[in-house]
Each structure stands twice: as structure tokens, then as C-alpha cells.
Ligand binder design. Sequence first.
Ligand code: AMP
Ligand code: MG
Length: 315
Amino acid sequence: MKTKVTQSPTIAARFIQHGEIVAFPTETVYGLGANIFNEGAIRKIFLAKGRPTDNPLIAHISEISQLEYITNGVPHIAQRLLRRFFPGPLTLVLPKGERVPSSATGGLKTIGVRMPRHALALQFLRACGMPIVAPSANLSGRPSPTTWQAVRSDLDGRIGCILKGEQTQVGLESTVVDCTGRIPIVLRAGAVTLEQLREVISETRLAERKYPITPQSPGQKYRHYSPKAKVVICSYPQYTIASADAAYIGLESPMYTNVFKKHLICKNVEEYARLLFQFFRECDEEGVNTIYCQAVSEEGLGLALMDRLERASDE
Ligand code: AMP
Ligand code: MG
């Protein structure tokens, strides 16, 4: 299949209407979308990515009113969170509506829903005229794509269309919050921070990080966000071993930056998060074998960044 690259949301939406799958930019990472009601199209997502079929997709909406067709009621805690954070990088896990095929949610009775804040994403979703289910637009196991070129390098010839936009702003996947219980539970940290969620609902808590409760967040059990190179998290940049096969990314400079094959010193945690996955991909292309990543404090966006670094460094 030849993959069409376009800047037009209406052309991209036509592929969806014909049962094809389309990569599109959002503020977090690029997504790979299908019509939520088309089982054949949903199957194409799992095939194109090589994604395990029990790993649920996230439904993307452009209007709050679309919740009615895809959920079975919106719990009160979810209403409070969506009033504050939609549109934005927050996915709410809600009871699934019967019309949504169970293949979209990996067989779960719940569905993750998000309304992106990204102008081109919203234009595309409106042109589609229906909710779009989408995981990240990478091959399974690879770092999520933050540029359209990264999507092309993973999925060229495997998907119908790429809607071409800028490099994504956040650079990490959305915050996922389970809203099916009495209090919100953060299943995956992201750009909407725990601190911000607690400003709305103070009881909000984190799910167990190392051993997530599988039925709640199946995706979290898979190896994610990983470059081919070995990722080593270091608290102190001076303890890295500079070499021509190694790379370094962090907030502070190590002693011998020029000995590294590649290095990137970021202004702040936001920039670190925005550039991390692209840096991983470049390291792989350039044959780096060890990537040293400086640890950051687990506050604000730092919690999500450390989560991705830890997953990438898992053996
Ligand atoms: P991706 O967009 O590629 O990061 O994949 C979506 C991820 O969101 C999944 O791997 C899960 O971790 C999470 N997710 C989506 N839907 C649900 C759900 N119904 N329950 C729990 N977690 C979900
Ligand atoms: Mg993904």
C-alpha cells in the first residue's frame, strides 16, 4: 500500500470514511486512528503496529456530546475532571458504551476517552464526523512518534495516510485516569500532572507503578518507549562514562560532552520531555549503544518523564 502524506485534514478524513487508518498529530504524540465503529479498520491498527490485541486504544473526540455514543454514562468524578482539562492531554477511563466494538478496548468493559487540544487534530476529528480510536502511531515497542517523519519511518506502506503537522509540543503520551471507581486513579502519568488533578479532586492517587493491576491498564504491562540502545538513568551527570558509542541527555552537562557520540542538554523538564523520544530514535539511527539519561525530580511533568525513562531502561 502506498501511504499518502497530506497537510489537509479533509483529505485525511476521507481515508477514515473509506475504512482506512490515518496517522495524525496531537499535542502529546502522533496517533494512528480508525473509525471507532468499524471493526475492520480497528483490526488494521493492530496489524500495522504489531500491537497485542488486548492492548486498548484511546477514543478521540472533538465534541463532549460524542461521549453519549461511546460511553455508558459519565461518572461524577469524570465530569469534574473533563470540565477542567478537556480539551487537553488527559484520557479518562469510563464505562464503555455497547455500540463500541470490544476489539477497540482490548476486550475491556471500559473505554479511555480524550479530546485533544491540537488545532489540526480537532479539524481532522471534526472532518471525520465520528470518534476516532487511536494508539500512538509507532511500531509496537518503539518510542512514540513526535514527528511525521518518525511515523513514516515506522509505518510507511502499512497505513493509508499521514496527516502532516509540526513536531508535537508535549512529547509524552497523555495522562490516563481511571474514573470508574470512587476516586480517580492515575494509571499513566502525563502532561496533566498529579498536582493539577488533585486541585480538582484532592483524593486522586497513583496506581501501583511497578506492578500495575493488569485488568485496569493492560497496556502498561508491555515493554514501551524503548530505543534499541541500552538506557541508563543517572542521577549525577559526572558519573556517566563518556565514549564514542554512548549518548547523553539531561538538564545538566556531564564533564566530557565532546567524547559522547551525541548529547543534548535541555533547558527544563518540559523541553526534556518534548525531545526525549526523538533523541532515542536519532540514537538508534546513529548506532549508539548506551544512552545515559539524567534523572529528574518526580514533580509535575517530572513524574511522567521518569516513568518513561524507567520503562525504557527496563531489561
Ligand atoms: P497508546 O496511546 O499507544 O499509549 O495506548 C493507549 C494506552 O492507554 C494503553 O496502552 C493503556 O495503557 C491505556 N488505556 C487505554 N484504554 C484504557 C482502558 N480502557 N483502561 C485502562 N487503560 C487504558
Ligand atoms: Mg503507544
